[in-house]
Structure formats: structure tokens, C-alpha cells
Design a binder for this molecule. Structure first.
Ligand code: SAM
Ligand code: DTB
Ligand code: SF4
Length: 328
């Protein structure tokens, strides 16, 4: 089989179920083999994440510590100033990061001065030579074009769960809204980053259905974050059980086999994993992680940079250089 023949957008639910349910070590072996056909298995993309606008969000995503309606103890912060974001981005670059992802606790982007400032920030980070990524909520076709012109490389917008389970988790927007934003992003020529979360109370069939939607998009997302629920006190899911790391491994391995070319990102959940558990995720095909200067992803803990460096040394992993030249 040639590599190009191996990319498929017509996976059936039964095929995905069969892969997902393989004996775990066999599944890891299969995923590791696919990983080696498509990627340098020693290279891990380091994405630095920064919350540029924190908390006070109007949405009701039941996992999220930034939704205004839940009583969490996070500090709400207005949109950061360009200079402040650029200093964090420069330090991230110096520390070996090739991608800089900025998150805002917004339902959607509005055509106002905040958006103008985000466009300026994107331009500045791009000029530093970093791949720029944003996650700002829903965006229109026109907004996606403006972001692309400002130098945005990728846009993160997760499906979060299956279409069937989505309404149990969020009521303030629909699955179709989510898919529509992904369409707008793709149309503007921006690289798509889309994945989901496990541990929200969904069934295995929901996880399989989410992977089915992602892997049957007209083009696979270039990057697929797999998050374990990061439990935040005060949110409806704050007391849910911790996600079993083997479930993360299973999810990552299945995503790797279905979407061989994508960067599969071991996202939220690392702070509660041992080195060995993270090691298995890399073995199963994860080749990207989030780091952050603040030692928090957005509002929950994430491993320190020096811990990540130590882990990468132990496992013989190295930071991936930029995937593609910066869009100018
Ligand atoms: N507000 C924007 C949005 O929701 O699209 C962008 C930021 S939001 C924090 C980005 C993604 O992070 C969410 O779609 C969700 O998949 C993930 N996320 C948020 N809170 C999480 C949590 N507590 N645990 C795991 N993943 C989480
Ligand atoms: C994604 O898939 N995971 C990141 C990023 N995209 C923006 C966010 C995870 C958030 C984890 C919980 C928090 O710290 O708020
Ligand atoms: Fe708002 Fe995004 Fe959190 Fe949902 S996930 S509450 S949209 S910040």
C-alpha cells in the first residue's frame, strides 16, 4: 500500500469500532507502526499555550472553568496587550517552541476593537517566526480570511464529543455551529486543529462517533488534540472521576491510525499522568504537547517546562522544528 492510498475519509463506524477495541498492546503496536510510516517518531511538536483573555465566558460548556455562570475561583482577565503577548511568545521561541497558540474565553469572535487587536497580535507573533494558532470560539468566513491575512497558521476548534452527546455538555451552541466554523477555517486556507475531550460521561460509542466525524471530514484536521477532562471545582463536571490513562492511550492510538498524517496532540490531562503514562501516549502516536510559561494550560495545572525536558530526554524525544514556512 502506498502512503497516499492510506489516507481515508470514508471510515465506517464498524471499522473504527474494530480498531478502537483491539487488544491494547496490539492497538499500540499498530498505531506505532503507522506513526513510523508518516512521522519522525523522535520529534514532538511543542506548542506553547497562552490564555490571552481569561474567564467570564457566556457559554455553558459544563467542563469549563472559564464559563461565567459557574462558581469557580479563577481570575477573570481582559484581553492582553500586544506587547505582553509578544514577550511571552519570544520567550517561548527561545525555549524551543515552534508553535504559539492563543486562547480566548469567547463564545465567538465579534467584529470589534478586540478582534482588531487580535489581528495585530497574530501579525506580531508571525513576524517572530512562530507558527501562530488561535482558539477564539466561533468565527465567520470573513473573520477567518482576516486572520489568515494577518498570518494565522492554524485555528483550534474542538468537536469536544460526539454529535449525540454534545447537547448533554453544552446547550448554548450546536454541533453544526462547531462544524460550520471548521468549514470557514478550511475555506480560508488556515490549517485545522480539531479534536475532543474524554471523561465527560460519554460512552465508548460516543468516542468512536467523534473519531468517525473527525476522520471523515473532507480533509483530516492537520492537528488533533486529545484532551482528558481537567476537572475544575465549581463546574458541573468538577467531581467526575479522573480519566484512566489507558483510555487516553486507546483514543490516541485510534486517532493515529485513522488520521495518519495528523499531529496527534496529548493535550489536557498530562499534569495528572506519570512519566510512564505519557510515554505510552507517545508510543501510541502522540507527537505534540502543550506547554506554557505559567505552568497552567489555561486555568488548570500543566507540567513545568523542565519536567517536560527531562521526560523528553528520558524517552529520546526532541522538539520538532517548524512543519512549514511561516505564511507571509
Ligand atoms: N472559547 C473557545 C472555544 O470554546 O472554542 C476557545 C477556548 S476553549 C478553552 C478550547 C477547548 O479546550 C475546548 O473546546 C475544549 O475542547 C478544551 N477544554 C476546555 N476546558 C477543558 C477542560 N476542563 N478539560 C479538557 N479540555 C478542556
Ligand atoms: C485543546 O484542545 N486543549 C487546550 C487548547 N485546545 C486550547 C485547552 C485545554 C484546556 C484545559 C483546561 C484549562 O486549563 O482550562
Ligand atoms: Fe467559553 Fe470556550 Fe470555556 Fe466553552 S470552552 S465556556 S466557549 S471558554
Amino acid at each position: 500500500m502506498t502512503l497516499s492510498q492510506a489516507i481515508r475519509n470514508d471510515w465506517t463506524l464498524d471499522e473504527i469500532k474494530e480498531i478502537y477495541n483491539r487488544p491494547l498492546l496490539q492497538l499500540i503496536y499498530d498505531a506505532a507502526s503507522v506513526h513510523r510510516q508518516w512521522h519522525d517518531p523522535e520529534a514532538v511538536q511543542i506548542c506553547t499555550l497562552l490564555s490571552i483573555k481569561t474567564g467570564g465566558c457566556t457559554e455553558d460548556c459544563s467542563y469549563c472553568g472559564q464559563a461565567a455562570r459557574y462558581h469557580t475561583d479563577i481570575t477573570v482577565k481582559a484581553l492582553m496587550k500586544k506587547e505582553d503577548v509578544l514577550s511571552v511568545a519570544s520567550r517561548a521561541k527561545a525555549a524551543g517552541s515552534s508553535r504559539f497558540c492563543m486562547a480566548a474565553a469567547w463564545r465567538e469572535v465579534k467584529d470589534n476593537r478586540d478582534f482588531d487587536r487580535v489581528l495585530e497580535i497574530v501579525k506580531g507573533v508571525n513576524e517572530l517566526g512562530l507558527e501562530v494558532c488561535c482558539t477564539l470560539g466561533m468565527i465567520t468566513e470573513g473573520q477567518a480570511e482576516k486572520l489568515q491575512e494577518a498570518g494565522l497558521y492554524a485555528y483550534n476548534h474542538n468537536l469536544d464529543s460526539s454529535e449525540g452527546y454534545y447537547n448533554e455538555i453544552i446547550s448554548t451552541r450546536t454541533y453544526d455551529d462547531r462544524l460550520n466554523t471548521l468549514k470557514n477555517v478550511r475555506k480560508a486556507g488556515i490549517s485545522v486543529c480539531s479534536g475532543g475531550i474524554i471523561g465527560l460521561g460519554e460512552t465508548h460509542n460516543d468516542r468512536i462517533a467523534m473519531l468517525h466525524t473527525l476522520s471523515n471530514l473532507p480533509e483530516h484536521p492537520e492537528s488533533v488534540p486529545v484532551n482528558a477532562l481537567a476537572r475544575v471545582k465549581g463546574t458541573p463536571l468538577g467531581d467526575f472521576p479522573k480519566v484512566d490513562s489507558w483510555e487516553m492511550v486507546r483514543m490516541i492510538a485510534t486517532a493515529r491510525i485513522l488520521m495518519p498524517k495528523a499531529m496527534v496532540r496529548l493535550s489536557a490531562g498530562r499534569a495528572e499522568m506519570t512519566q510512564e503514562e505519557q510515554g505510552f501516549c507517545f508510543m501510541a502516536g502522540a507527537n505534540s504537547i502543550f506547554t506554557s510559561e505559567s505552568e497552567e494550560l489555561l486555568v488548570t495545572p500543566n507540567p513545568r517546562l523542565d519536567e517536560d525536558r527531562r521526560l523528553m530526554n528520558i524517552l529520546g524525544l526532541k522538539p520538532l522544528e517548524k512543519i512549514q514556512p511561516v505564511i507571509s
